[in-house]
Design a protein around this ligand. Structure first.
Ligand SMILES: CC(C)c1onc(-c2c(Cl)cccc2Cl)c1COc1ccc2cc(-c3cccc(C(=O)O)c3)sc2c1
Length: 232
């Protein structure tokens, strides 16, 4: 059937993509990834700094998702806490995708591989990065997929499930249309995109274990990360 994006859907995509591009980790922070020496301690510190900055970026992006600020305040917090790790996997996946000649791909991969993280998390993590890279998402899809991830209604402690579901539904309808228009040769593209969200959920589980294994070696996180990940 002829897929058409309505005027208000176009406006929705524009506001989300603009927010996605407007809120990024400042260059003077990310360029440290290129400059600092390589040691497990230094790599862990840098990744901690990046994650902390990324959470701040994520909060600003989320506030620009139409309808988010009209949700119950406590639900807003529950959605951010529940989706932070998944949103950061999506963001770091974009940075690691070879398609973006951003100069960070190799150094970030190197630092993640040597940051005191145990081997058992590397495999699922880098499999995810590979599966995201294969999708070759355009920025509209990346921005909308991040919004869809944040607006996942079944996060712990969400009270008004329906309100969140309605917002997510709106995003999914637009995302599906974009996928059909952007990848006419691949009718399964949208389904594959949603499959990545399922994979992200499993990474959440690995990440929780990663945090405890890091804490065992008494690695320090920042107050913001402790807050959002309920550690320490
Ligand atoms: C606390 C820390 C040790 C940690 O614990 N788990 C994870 C994690 C790891 Cl390993 C992998 C996935 C998810 C998480 Cl959450 C991390 C590091 O998380 C991050 C989070 C976001 C970003 C964005 C970056 C980035 C670089 C260049 C450019 C840009 C850019 O946006 O331009 C972004 S690096 C980076 C590192």
């Amino acid at each position: 059937e002829k897929v058409e994006i309505t005027k208000e859907q176009q406006a929705l995509v524009k506001s989300i993509v603009d927010a996605y591009n407007r809120h990024q980790i400042p260059q003077d922070v990310t360029k440290k990834l290129l400059q600092e020496q390589y040691s497990a301690e230094e790599n862990f510190l840098l990744l901690t700094e990046m994650a902390t900055n990324q959470v701040q970026v994520l909060v600003e992006f989320t506030k620009n998702i139409p309808g988010f600020l009209s949700l119950d305040r406590e639900d807003q917090i529950a959605l951010l806490k529940g989706s932070a790790v998944e949103a950061m996997f999506l963001r770091s996946a974009q940075v690691l995708s070879k398609r973006m000649p951003n100069g960070y791909t190799e150094v970030l991969k190197e630092r993640v591989r040597n940051s005191g993280m145990s081997e058992e998390f590397m495999t699922p993590m880098f499999n995810f990065y590979k599966s995201i890279d294969e999708l070759q998402m355009v920025q509209e899809e990346q921005a909308l997929l991040t919004a869809v991830t944040i607006l996942t209604p079944d996060r712990p402690y969400v009270k008004d499930y329906q309100a969140v579901e309605r917002l997510q539904e709106t995003m999914l309808i637009v995302l599906r249309k974009l996928c059909v228009l952007q990848h006419p040769q691949d009718p399964q593209y949208f389904a594959r995109l949603l499959g990545r969200l399922t994979e992200l959920r499993t990474l959440n589980h690995y990440h929780a274990e990663m945090l405890t294994s890091w804490r065992m070696n008494d690695q320090k996180f920042t107050p913001l990360l402790c807050e959002i990940w309920d550690v320490q």
